[in-house]
Ligand binder design. Structure first.
Ligand SMILES: [Zn+2]
Length: 286
C-alpha cells in the first residue's frame, strides 16, 4: 500500500504542538545527519543559517512546517510519510536519536528533532525573496478566513481534469492530499471523476463546505495516523476512526449501506467512493 504523506491537518497539528516549544528559542547547536533531504541548500549553508538564530514564528503553509528565524530566513520542513518532528526536554536518548535527520539544541535546554526513517521529506532554507517565490507557487489555504466559495470556483473553473485531481493540485489549492480529497468529495456527494469545470454552483458550494469541515474535524482529531504519522508531542492522531471512505473499499457506505468502490483510474492513487451517494451528475450535464 502507498502510505499517505502528512496533509494539512497533520502538519497543522505538528506546528501547533511545536509552536510554544520553539517560539523565541535560540538555536544553539544544529546538526544534520543526512544531506539527501536538502533541496537547494548545502549542509554547510543550512547549519550556518541556523546556528545562533532565534526562532520567531512557527507556522504551516500547505503541507510544510515553516520556521521563521530572526535573520528573516525561513527553515522549511516538509515531512515525508515517515517524518516526525518533536521537541525533547533535555537531550534525546541514543534510541530516540536513531533516524534523526536534523537536530538542534535550543536555549532553555530542550532539543528539536526532525526524524525520518525513509527520508522522503524535504528541508529548504529560503531567504525573503526565495520564500515569496515559493509561497506564490502554492494555491490558497482552504481554511483561511478570506477563502470564499468564489475562490474555490475560480480554482476549479478552468480545468477539465477530474475534480479530485484538481483539489489535490497544490498549485490550485494548498494542503489537500489523497485522504482528505476522498473524504471531502464523499461528504459533498460528488463523483471524484467529474471534470472540475462541470460542477454546478451548488456542488461547488457543497465541496467548499466539505473541504473546510473535513480539514477542521481532522485537525480537531489531531490528524490521521495509519502508521508513521505522529503529532508534535509524539501522539497518534485519531481521525482514522472517523474516515468515511478512505481505506474503506469493500465495506458498507456509512450513509446508504452500499459497498464502497475503489479505483486507481483517476490519478493513479486510490480513490474510494460510494457509487450510489456520489453518482449524482452535475446539473451542467442535464
Ligand atoms: Zn452511499
Amino acid at each position: 500500500m502507498n502510505w499517505p504523506v502528512p496533509e494539512l491537518p497533520e502538519v497543522e497539528t505538528i506546528v501547533r504542538d511545536l509552536r510554544p516549544e520553539l517560539t523565541s528559542r535560540l538555536i544553539e547547536n544544529p546538526r544534520l545527519f543526512y544531506s539527501d533531504v536538502l533541496y537547494g541548500v548545502t549542509s554547510r549553508k543550512l547549519l550556518a543559517g541556523l546556528r545562533g538564530r532565534r526562532i520567531v514564528e512557527v507556522f504551516r503553509r500547505a503541507k510544510h512546517a515553516v520556521f521563521l528565524l530572526d535573520s528573516g530566513v525561513r527553515l522549511i520542513i516538509q515531512p515525508g510519510m515517515s517524518g516526525v518532528m518533536l521537541v525533547y526536554r533535555g537531550s534525546p536518548s541514543a534510541a530516540e536519536q536513531r533516524y534523526a535527520v536534523l537536530t538542534a539544541e535550543l536555549s532553555g535546554g530542550s532539543t528539536f528533532m526532525y526524524r525520518d526513517v525513509r527520508r522522503l521529506g524535504t528541508i529548504l532554507l529560503l531567504d525573503e525573496q526565495g520564500w515569496r517565490a515559493y509561497t506564490a507557487r502554492i494555491g490558497p489555504e482552504p481554511l483561511a478566513d478570506d477563502f470564499r466559495v468564489a475562490d474555490l470556483a475560480a480554482r476549479l473553473g478552468g480545468s477539465r481534469q477530474a475534480v479530485k485531481k484538481v483539489i489535490m493540485d497544490q498549485h490550485r489549492l494548498a494542503g489537500v492530499g489523497n485522504i482528505y480529497a476522498n473524504e471531502a468529495l464523499f461528504r459533498a456527494r460528488i463523483d471524484p471523476s467529474l471534470p472540475a469545470d462541470r460542477l454546478d454552483p451548488s456542488q461547488v458550494a457543497r465541496l467548499y463546505r466539505s473541504i473546510r469541515t473535513v480539514l477542521s474535524q481532522a485537525i480537531a482529531s489531531q490528524g490521521t495516523t495509519f502508521r508513521d504519522y505522529r503529532t508534535g508531542t509524539g501522539a497518534r492522531g485519531s481521525f482514522q476512526f472517523r474516515l468515511h471512505v478512505y481505506g474503506r473499499e469493500g465495506r458498507p457506505c456509512r450513509r446508504c449501506g452500499a459497498t464502497l468502490a475503489m479505483t486507481h483510474s483517476i490519478d493513479g492513487r486510490a480513490t474510494t467512493f460510494c457509487w450510489r451517494c456520489q453518482a449524482v451528475r452535475s446539473l451542467n450535464d442535464a
